[in-house]
Design a protein around this ligand. Sequence first.
Ligand code: ZN
Length: 114
Amino acid sequence: MHEFGIAQAALQQVAAQAQQAGATRVHRIVLRIGALSGVDPEALRFALEVAIPESSAAGAEFEIETVPARARCQQCEREFEPKTGLFFECPHCQALGGTLTQGKEMHLVRLEIS
Ligand SMILES: [Zn+2]
């Protein structure tokens, strides 16, 4: 389960940002996970519950925002929600090869520190 590694990496980032801001306490961590990022939000939630108390962000609450996948068709330029797979088929004109515009993100969006 690679979500533990992701939780550790996120908490390292949290620690670095808190330190940079001169904060001593982390109150809230907000992460954003795209539907196609390959991260299971439930597994990540569990990993964070385990990892936070042992990190410098002990006592912090966290939130995981999930972002649906979006793709833009290269043919008709309309946006649609792609199904998982290597090729995204446009539901409007059936062209293959839409460009993913969101859904692969996995990052820290907000941090409440003091
Ligand atoms: Zn299209």
